[in-house]
Write a protein that binds this ligand. Structure first.
Ligand SMILES: Cc1cc2nc3c(=O)[nH]c(=O)nc-3n(C[C@H](O)[C@H](O)[C@H](O)COP(=O)(O)OP(=O)(O)OC[C@H]3O[C@@H](n4cnc5c(N)ncnc54)[C@H](O)[C@@H]3O)c2cc1C
Length: 469
C-alpha cells in the first residue's frame, strides 16, 4: 500500500533536496525496496537522498508538519525488515559519506551515517587504530544502520555492542530539529543519555546523521583456531578456560554445528572440512594481545591442555592469515549456506552464557517433537550468549508447510528463551518482524514507558511507524 502524500509535500521535498537529491525512478528504487533474502518487499512514493544534515532536517521537518511517515534506510542489510518502506517516504543515508575526523589522541573518529562499516574500519586503520565492530555485512552495512540496530557481531565478547562503542551522536529528531551531541567524552554524567535512546531505536526516534566512535589500538599478536568437540557444554567449559588463559584477550568465540559445516561444504564454493575427523560441534576461537607472540602462545597452551584433559577432540591453529580467513569464512557463510536448503524459521536469541547448553538441549527437544525431521542449524556468538537458532524444513520436505508452521514453532523457541531469562532479539532488533512478538515478553510497565518516550519525541508517529511499540 502506498500512503498518499500530498503533491505539495513532494514538491517541497524536491525543492529542498535539489537535483540528485531524490528519485521516483522505479529502477533506482528497486534495490532499496527488497530485503536481501527476498523476505520483505515494499513500496514508496518518493526516495529522499539528502546530502547533508541540513537536508535531512529539511526533509524530516516537512514530513513532520504534514504528518507524512518516513522510513530511514542505510545499507539495507537489516534482517528484521525495519528498513523496507511499506508506503512511507524512504530516506536513504547513501550520500552522507564523509569521514569528518579521526583523532588518534582522543581515540575517536567522527563519521557520517552513510559511511559503511568497512569504510569506517579503513579510516581508523589509516591512523593506525581499530574500530572493533565486525559483522559479515560490513561492506554494505552503514554506521547509521549499526547504531540504529545496536549491532553486535563477532567481537562483542571483548569490546561490547555498538552501544558500548558510541561516544556521541548527531541526529535529526522527528520534528526536524538537529541535535548535535557529537561529544568525544569518556565521562559525561549529566543526566539522561539521549544518544543511548537513539541507539537501537531502529529509526523510530529520528535519523542518525553522524557519530563519534571509540577507537582502539591495533593488537600485533593474533591467533585463530578451530576446535572440534562433543557438545555445547564442552564449548562453555572451553570458553571459561580461554578467558582464564588469555586474560581479557578472547576476541571471538563462535559456535558452529556439524549440520552447518555440512551445509557450507555442500552449498558454498571453496569451503573445506576444517578438521580430519567430523565432530558434532565446532568452536572458532580468536585471541589477541598487545604483546607480540603472546596470543599465539596462550592459544597453544589452552588447546594443548584441553586436548590432554579430553575436553576437546581435535583442533587446528591457523598458521597464516589466509588460513585464518578460511576458518572465518566457514563461520560467516553459515547463513548463506542455508539458503538453498529451503524454508527456515530463523531466531536470533540470547540467554545467559551459562544457559546456552540448556537452551540448545531444550529447544532441540521441543523442535524435534513439534517438527519431526527438521534440521537444526545453531551457530553464533556463544561467547556472549547469542545463538542464531535456525530450524530448517526436513530434507526434501515441503517449504509451504514448514513456513506455515513458523509462528507456532518460533513461539515455542521464544518461550524457552524467556524462561531461561533470555531475549528474543539479541542483535538484529525488532523491525517489522518481531515487534508484535516482543509485546508478549516485555512487561506492560516497560512498554507503557517506552510508548510515552516515543509519543513525547514523535507525537505524530511519523518515524518508522510500523516498528516498535
Ligand atoms: C550477511 C549478514 C550478516 C550479518 N551479521 C550481523 C551480525 O553479526 N550482527 C548484527 O548485529 N547484525 C548482523 N547483520 C544485520 C545487519 O547487517 C545489521 O543490522 C546492520 O546494523 C544494518 O545496517 P544497515 O546500514 O544495513 O541498516 P538498514 O538495514 O538499512 O536499516 C536497519 C534499521 O536501522 C534503521 N536505520 C538505518 N539507518 C538509519 C539512520 N541513519 N538513522 C535512523 N535509523 C536508521 C532502519 O530504518 C532500520 O530500521 C547481518 C546481515 C547480513 C546480511
Amino acid at each position: 500500500m502506498t500512503i498518499p502524500v500530498p503533491a505539495d509535500v513532494i514538491s517541497r521535498l524536491k525543492a529542498v533536496l535539489g537535483e540528485g537529491g531524490w528519485s521516483q525512478d522505479p529502477e533506482r528504487l528497486a534495490p532499496k525496496l527488497l530485503e536481501w533474502r527476498d523476505r520483505w518487499s515494499g513500496q514508496t512514493p518518493f526516495l529522499a537522498l539528502p546530502g547533508s544534515t541540513e537536508a535531512v532536517s529539511a526533509v524530516v521537518g516537512i514530513c513532520f508538519e504534514a504528518g507524512v511517515p518516513i522510513t530511514p534506510q542505510g545499507g539495507n542489510t537489516g534482517l528484521v525488515g525495519g528498513q523496507i518502506p511499506m508506503g512511507e517516504i524512504l530516506l536513504s543515508t547513501e550520500r552522507l559519506r564523509a569521514v569528518r575526523d579521526v583523532d588518534a589522541l582522543d581515540d575517536v573518529m567522527v563519521v557520517e551515517a552513510g559511511v559503511t562499516l568497512a569504510g569506517a574500519h579503513e579510516a581508523a586503520l589509516a591512523k593506525n587504530r581499530r574500530f572493533p565492530l565486525d559483522l559479515a555485512s560490513q561492506g554494505t552495512a552503514t554506521i547509521g544502520g549499526v547504531i540504529s540496530t545496536n549491532a553486535g557481531g563477532t567481537a562483542v565478547l571483548r569490546y561490547g555492542t555498538t552501544r558500548d562503542l558510541v561516544l556521541g551522536l548527531e541526529a535529526v529528531l522527528p520534528n526536524g530539529e538537529v541535535w548535535n551531541g557529537l561529544k568525544r567524552l569518556r565521562k559525561d554524567n549529566t543526566g539522561y543519555d539521549l544518544k543511548q535512546l537513539l541507539i537501537g531505536a531502529e529509526g523510530t526516534l529520528g535519523v542518525v546523521t553522524a557519530a563519534s566512535l571509540k577507537l582502539f589500538p591495533i593488537l600485533p599478536s593474533r591467533a585463530v583456531a578451530i576446535v572440534g568437540l562433543a557438545s555445547p557444554r564442552a564449548a562453555l567449559d572451553l570458553l571459561a578456560r580461554a578467558k582464564e588463559a588469555a586474560g581479557g584477550g578472547v576476541e571471538a568465540f563462535e559456535l558452529i554445528s556439524r549440520v552447518g559445516v555440512d551445509f557450507a561444504l555442500k552449498n558454498i564454493a571453496g569451503q573445506r572440512d576444517p578438521l580430519a575427523q567430523t565432530h558434532p560441534w565446532y568452536v572458532l576461537v580468536e585471541l589477541a594481545s598487545g604483546e607480540p607472540g603472546s596470543a599465539e602462545a596462550a592459544l597453544e597452551r589452552l588447546l594443548a591442555q584441553a586436548l590432554e584433559s579430553g575436553l576437546i577432540a581435535d583442533a587446528a591453529v591457523a598458521q597464516t592469515k589466509t588460513q585464518a580467513q578460511a576458518l572465518w569464512s566457514l563461520r560467516e557463510n553459515q547463513s548463506p549456506a542455508q539458503k538453498p536448503e529451503g524454508a527456515t524459521w530463523k531466531h536470533d536469541v540470547s540467554v545467559p552464557v551459562s544457559r546456552v547448553a540448556d537452551f540448545l538441549d531444550e529447544a532441540g527437544a521441543a523442535m524435534t517433537a513439534f517438527a519431526p525431521g527438521c534440521r537444526i542449524c545453531a551457530f553464533g556468538h556463544v561467547g556472549d550468549g547469542n545463538i542464531h537458532y535456525d530450524v530448517l524444513r526436513p530434507d526434501g520436505g515441503d517449504d509451504g508447510a514448514h513456513s506455515a508452521a513458523r509462528d507456532e514453532g518460533s513461539r515455542r523457541v521464544h518461550d524457552i528463551v524467556a524462561r531461561l531469562g533470555g531475549s528474543i532479539s539479541a542483535e538484529h532488533g525488532l523491525g517489522a518482524m518481531k515487534t508484535q512478538e516482543a509485546l508478549r515478553y516485555k512487561a506492560p510497565v516497560e512498554v507503557a514507558a517506552l510508548r510515552a518516550i516515543r509519543a513525547a519525541l514523535d507525537p505524530k508517529r511519523i518515524m518508522n511507524p510500523r516498528v516498535h511499540f
